[in-house]
Design a protein around this ligand. Structure first.
Ligand code: UDX
Ligand code: UDX
Length: 530
């Protein structure tokens, strides 16, 4: 059976997965018309504008070419809220809606909520007037394709729907590179000739990917493989984080441990970066989904094994918050703490499940006053996140437009996201000027405001932001050099309170370098040296 040639694609869900994936598919297939649809008018309007709804390095350049035809080609990437028309016109439909954890009913707190996937299937069944290939892009539990098949059979029995699983493995912050150079494209289908032909039609859409990286498997394997991949990645992080606790108690160093362990090619070095905890919309949700699947199958030991990955992550976040509290004499009442970074990882403004949210909540519960800075995340987003995590926290929080302002009079600086901006490698920095080679002598610190206060335990006084002479940093979107921009740690040394505590939740700074500026740095997986 010859595979159908896909000429029109519809993607339901213009989110972190649907948007970038379809932008790249459109860019690489000028002859395929790709329409991304969404229920949210605001999101679609943003995709049509110059201010895309998500930040992803290199995404705008791809969108411009495919959506606006900036390289002289005919535009073939479209965004619309007319879901029914886009469905009916398409040969192939991606379902890329979100699949959050259920908050109520059977499996609440663990199972994936498939309501949006089901609603997308119903829309397809109602709007389609011809046969379609329907592709699960969303991460779904094993067996979801069967449910979709039942829906189509009930609502549109006169049409033929080939259901495929084609989960997306992109990571935020590197999505465009992940899409252009994927490790693998996974396509799951039934084993009959018609399903295999549909799988081949989808494989041809990925024309830029070497054929040996396109893996075709049965549909249940494909659904489960995506969950399994995320769970095993999360498990590596929890494993290294568990070892970081031992390191902190013994004098072993987690970075050295990870290096040595990772040199074993059977293990490999990636996803072994100890941190204050993993975040993002996928890891926790997918591990809990697997836990629920195992429980539903009465595989208690399997469920317990995977549940420990999430439990360890919660433990790691709590451990970090307790370490900060302990270093500040077990009381944070009215102490100002600067939080650098709010996104769950660098190069995204996504904050879903960010470790910063939990840790901030725990510090606020101890009475801290937080001064937060993130290069990309908006003040509104930070307050929205806090509102849902710890209501009434807003009186304990201020958001600042630059790191220096957030750090003024801070009893501790806490790094929560590994933004390059926080690193201490000043070479080539366009915004750090000649600071790299200047004196690190405490007495020569330049200060635009106060000199360092004398004690980390002093109560907060009046709003210290007024003391800042540092201009707000340009938005990262406007600044093509954002990856080389660095904060001025010398300046920060001059404005924080002594003993200049830094808690590095991402092991992003060179602690010796900061020690030479007078800081006391506590890193993940490294014993305190003072
Ligand atoms: C994706 C997934 O597909 C999820 O299964 C995976 O685990 C993580 O990545 P993501 O792209 O991050 O989700 O979700 P989100 O950014 O929230 O985008 C989903 C979009 O679907 C939203 O814009 C939402 O408005 C839209 N949507 C949701 C619909 O258009 N229709 C619906 O019925 C529900
Ligand atoms: C993840 C998977 O990597 C991707 O394949 C899948 O499609 C979606 O889920 P994402 O959540 O975007 O991607 O980012 P990832 O780079 O995996 O990081 C997730 C979290 O783990 C972040 O909070 C990150 O800071 C943390 N992390 C990552 C660590 O703490 N240590 C590491 O070594 C790697």
């Amino acid at each position: 059976m010859l595979p159908k040639t896909v000429k029109r694609i519809c993607c339901i869900g213009a989110g972190y997965v649907g948007g970038p994936t379809c932008a790249v598919i459109a860019k690489q297939n000028p002859d395929i018309q790709v329409t991304v649809v969404d229920l949210s008018e605001a999101r679609i309007a943003a995709w049509k504008s110059t201010a895309l709804p998500i930040f992803e390095p290199d995404l705008y350049e791809i969108v411009e070419v495919a959506r606006d035809g900036t390289d002289g080609r005919r535009p073939n990437l479209h965004f619309s809220t007319d879901i029914a028309t886009a469905i009916d016109e398409a040969d192939l439909i991606f379902i890329a809606v979100n699949t959050p954890t259920k908050t109520a009913g059977l499996g609440a707190g663990k199972a994936s909520n498939l309501a949006y996937v089901e609603s997308a299937a119903r829309m397809i069944a109602e709007a389609a007037t011809s046969d379609k290939i329907v592709v699960e892009k969303s991460t779904v539990p094993c067996g979801t394709a069967d449910s979709l098949r039942t829906i189509f059979a009930a609502l549109a029995p006169h049409l033929a729907f080939d259901i495929l699983s084609n989960p997306e493995f992109l990571a935020e912050g590197t999505a465009i590179n992940d899409l252009l150079n994927p490790d693998r494209i996974l396509i799951g289908s039934l084993k009959d000739a018609k399903s295999k032909s549909a799988a081949e039609a989808l494989a041809q859409v990925y024309n830029w990917v070497p054929r040996n990286r396109i893996v075709t498997v049965n549909i249940w394997s494909s659904e489960l493989a995506k969950l399994a991949a995320n769970c095993m990645l999360a498990q590596r992080i929890s494993s290294i984080n568990s070892l970081s606790a031992i390191c902190e108690a013994t004098g072993a160093e987690i970075e050295e441990l990870a290096q040595v362990v990772g040199l074993d090619v059977r293990i490999g070095g990636r996803m072994l970066k100890a941190s204050a905890g993993f975040g993002g919309s996928c890891f926790k949700k997918d591990v809990l989904s697997l836990v629920y699947i195992a429980e539903s199958l009465h595989l208690e030991e399997v469920a317990l094994h995977w549940k420990s990955v999430v439990d360890l992550n919660e433990y790691q976040k709590g451990r970090f918050a307790r370490r900060i509290t302990r270093a500040l004499h077990n009381t944070l009442a009215n102490k100002r703490i600067a939080i650098l970074g709010w996104a769950y990882k660098k190069n995204t403004r996504d904050t879903r499940e960010s470790a910063a949210i939990t840790i901030a909540g725990q510090l606020i519960a101890e009475g801290a006053q937080l001064a937060i800075y993130d290069p990309l995340v908006s003040e509104k987003q930070i307050f929205d996140d806090l509102e849902s995590a710890c209501p009434n926290a807003s009186s304990s929080v201020k958001v600042y437009p630059d790191a220096s302002a957030a750090c003024i009079d801070a009893c501790a600086v806490v790094i929560m996201t590994e933004w390059d901006e926080f690193k201490t490698d000043y070479a080539g920095s366009p915004t750090f000027g000649g600071m790299a080679n200047s004196s690190t002598d405490d007495h020569h610190l330049t200060s635009t405001s106060t000199s360092a206060s004398s004690d980390s335990g002093i109560d907060m006084q009046d709003d210290p932001s007024e003391k800042s002479a540092v201009l707000p940093a340009p938005g990262i979107d406007d600044n093509p050099n954002y990856s080389t921009k660095r904060i001025d740690w010398r300046h920060i040394a001059a404005v924080v309170r002594r003993p200049r505590l830094v808690f590095d939740g991402r092991n992003v700074v060179d602690s010796d370098m900061l020690a030479s500026l007078g800081f006391r740095v506590q890193s993940i997986g490294k014993a305190d040296v003072f």
